[in-house]
Design a protein around this ligand. Sequence first.
Ligand code: CAA
Length: 248
Amino acid sequence: MTKKLALVTGGVGGIGSSICRELAEKGYRAIAGYHPAEEAAAKARLSEWQAAGLDIDIVSGDVASFESCVDMAAAIREKHGTVQALVNCAGITRDKTLKKMTPDDWTAVLNVDLNSLFNVTKQFIDGMTDAGFGRVVNISSVNGKKGQFGQTNYSAAKAGVHGFTMALAQEVARKGVTVNSVSPGYVETAMTKAIPADISQQIVAQIPLGRMAQPEEISYVVGVLCDDRAGYITGTNISVNGGMFISF
Ligand code: CAA
């Protein structure tokens, strides 16, 4: 039987690379999408994965650009075929109070963290509905649910991810395609390492579990949502935030 194919945008980053590994271990062939500027990091990850015998490839593309996503999708189709699972994981931060935030800080984050969902998902959703099977998982954030001081751009984009998820879930449910979001809390990655140490300590002090998450604690949940047996879970959000924001 041919393997199912999964594309993970932001696939060479902290959470994304862990998701690629999880999906490969679950029997998918995973493709890690990376920004053209991350070529060296992407190649280093690829060597690691190949050495570990994991069925993971890499593809370059700028998720903030629709045209670049058209090219990325064509490259994947030509080399590997049709994508059955899409994990929209690419994301950036440009933390500043609104007072100090520039239009570029706003637009860059909205483009990468929210407009990318349109740019990338448009390339693959018809293939999924035509085949009668698909899994879309959108990586949001605890801060898209509770808001965060210094993140009007990021919180707005990540809250928008939920709206996109709920609407698309309704549009494709009858075709066997599920669409869900996962909202990680603070995860030990390069993104959280960039938070000043004193602020990071204050944040961790607010987490009931008393620590940040490991990437594997997020990718486990994404793996569950991409499983064949998860076909009745759609239009929902799963929080993985160590109790930092408890809501139903
Ligand atoms: N609540 C209320 N007031 C606060 C505050 C808070 N959390 N943090 C700072 N303030 C106050 C400050 O004390 C200061 O008050 P005064 O003017 O009276 O001195 C005022 O607000 C302005 O503070 P700053 O001058 O420090 O503001 P700044 O614009 O220079 O920088 C910041 C603020 C860069 C956003 C910094 O607070 C910061 O890095 N915060 C962390 C943001 C964060 O959590 N980012 C998450 C990144 S990881 C991620 O996003 C992944 C994910 O999904 C979870």
